[in-house]
Design a protein around this ligand. Structure first.
Ligand code: FES
Length: 106
């Protein structure tokens, strides 16, 4: 199978121009486009892990990407336990990596 480029004018998906956004991840600016998830923006910036497992302290980031595993939890605008793979980023979002929650035993 060979890739076949489709000119935008004839693309049945009718792609629209993307809207750039910026979020802050642990104080650092990360660029993305409207519609991307928080995890998508972090992964695009080569941030592959952002928390550790409660047992063993193993690195965790986006694992399933569909909201099932809860490995991608972050703090968004002060709200803990947000699944980065499910949360669509909004311009100006402030994302922080979270430490262990009370249920994880700190
Ligand atoms: S990567 Fe599994 S819930 Fe987000």
């Amino acid at each position: 199978m060979v890739a076949r480029p489709v000119p935008p004018a004839t693309d049945p998906i009718e792609p629209a121009a993307s809207t750039p956004i910026t979020i802050l991840v642990n104080g650092e600016r990360r660029a993305g486009v409207l519609g991307q998830t928080v995890a998508g923006i972090m992964l695009a910036a080569d941030t592959l892990t952002w928390r550790t497992s409660p047992v063993g302290g193993r690195p965790r980031g986006a694992f399933c990407g569909i909201g099932v595993c809860f490995d991608c939890l972050v703090v968004v605008n002060g709200q803990r336990d947000v699944r980065a793979c499910q949360r669509r980023a909004r311009d100006g979002d402030v994302v922080e990596f979270e430490g262990p929650s009370q249920s994880e035993g700190e």
